[in-house]
Design a binder for this molecule. Structure first.
Ligand SMILES: Nc1nc2c(ncn2[C@@H]2O[C@H](COP(=O)(O)OP(=O)(O)OP(=O)(O)O)[C@@H](O)[C@H]2O)c(=O)[nH]1
Length: 377
């Protein structure tokens, strides 16, 4: 951690809010949720980790830190022993490098070691280097078979510096590559729009600037929840209980939020954007899979980074949820359709150079009106 902790970090809180409620007891009792914390250099990732560790939630939290380019390539694991216990620091040695590329395997081993400890953790936070592409990391953590029973990916939290994000989004891009600031927002389940105090000190029309930044973020990723903050003082529910990857346990609210997500097309200057496609007729599961595999696995003049959707599969009485990160995807039955449910299909794509019309047209070709019913549940 190379940032300086803010002096507020050392103050004893005057009041202890009850931030973690019983209803949040992990559904998978045997598996620990991992929250990936990412963000541009200096955005406030360490500030967020410190804030979480020092909040009095009574939970045991392990933190794995990955610093890109550190000489020794050493990772530091800080473990919060819970309410009224001191912070314990440990070192986990990983080879030098960035978790999203060269040391995935070691990271997986480190997570296994943490998860296998007799004293169980309630949460594991993984603070990535400011240069990491959270997509690779998310896809590894989401699907790793060795880890599946012990840990699960909870969410990706991206900390954004409100004063500098404009510049970061519009700075020079390497040809053909999506810049890190876009990737970090594209893969985020929650965006913490931090340092709003600093933004306030440099712009006159502070409120409208904030709204504009939020609109830019939502044009890149309409699925992300945006939380404004100073020194990352956020509601811990937003960071620890997001559960963006729990497809099987997706709530009706999560699905209805998806259905209500819209394509925002105000600014055409953004490298990455969200596109939503809908289809009212039932779709054929095999056709959808074939289409997705083409989109995700074959070379295209566009790139899908993340997708989420609700599907009405012909012949099935279950709504299905689609999740995709990079080249990995999953379609899972979620809950039985009820009489009042509107059985429709919606997929939200986040990616580079997406063409709404082409995607909508291809989705239409997946309908199964002319095809035999598919029994998937
Ligand atoms: N004014 C102001 N400063 C902040 C805020 N949040 C964090 N900082 C300060 O910004 C600096 C960088 O914060 P860090 O938490 O170290 O940021 P980081 O993302 O971990 O930085 P790297 O590890 O270098 O990528 C520190 O000096 C923090 O105290 C905020 O909301 N307002």
């Amino acid at each position: 951690m190379d940032g300086q902790p803010h002096e507020k970090d050392d103050e004893v809180p005057l009041a202890v809010p009850l931030l973690v409620e019983d209803r949040h007891t992990p559904e998978r009792a045997d598996s620990t949720g991992v929250t990936v914390i990412t963000g541009y250099l200096g955005a406030g990732k360490t500030t967020l980790v410190n804030y979480i560790l020092k909040s009095q939630h009574g939970k045991r939290i392990a933190v794995i830190l990955n610093e890109f380019g550190e000489e020794l390539g050493i990772e530091k694991a800080m473990i919060n022993q819970g309410l009224e216990s001191s912070l314990v620091e440990e070192w986990i040695e990983l080879p030098n490098g960035c978790v999203c590329c060269s040391v995935k395997h070691s990271l997986v081993q480190a997570l296994e070691q943490l998860a296998e400890r007799p004293e169980r953790f309630d949460y594991i936070l993984l603070e990535t280097t400011g240069l990491a592409n959270p997509g690779s990391l998310a896809s590894v953590l989401w699907v790793d078979d060795e880890l599946e029973s012990m840990i699960h990916l909870n969410s990706v939290i991206t900390v954004v510096d409100a004063k500098n994000i404009d510049h970061q989004l519009h700075e020079h891009k390497e040809c053909g590559k999506v810049s890190e600031a876009f990737l970090q927002i594209a893969y985020a389940d929650v965006v913490i729009l931090n340092k709003i105090d600093q933004l306030c000190s440099v712009v006159d029309n502070f409120s409208s600037k904030l709204v504009m930044l939020e609109s830019d973020i939502h044009q890149i990723n309409s699925l992300a929840k945006i939380v404004r903050s100073e020194y990352c003082s956020v509601d811990l529910d937003d960071v620890l209980h997001c559960r963006a990857y729990e497809t099987k346990f997706a709530s009706r609210k999560m699905l209805s939020d998806l259905v209500n997500t819209k394509t925002l097309s105000l600014c055409h200057d953004l490298e990455v954007s969200t596109v939503c496609v809908t289809e009212n007729r039932p779709v054929c599961l095999d056709e959808v899979k074939r289409w997705l595999e083409q989109l995700l696995w074959e070379q295209q003049d566009f790139k899908i980074l993340r997708a989420k959707g609700v599907l009405n599969i012909g012949g099935s009485e279950f709504s299905h949820m689609l999740q995709a990160v990079q080249d990995v995807y999953e379609i899972t039955p979620v809950y039985a359709w009820e009489e009042h449910d509107v059985r429709s299909n919606k997929i939200v794509f986040i990616g580079k150079n997406l063409n709404e019309e082409n995607l909508a047209m291809a989705f239409r070709l997946c309908t199964c009106e002319e095809q035999p019913a598919v029994k998937s549940c």
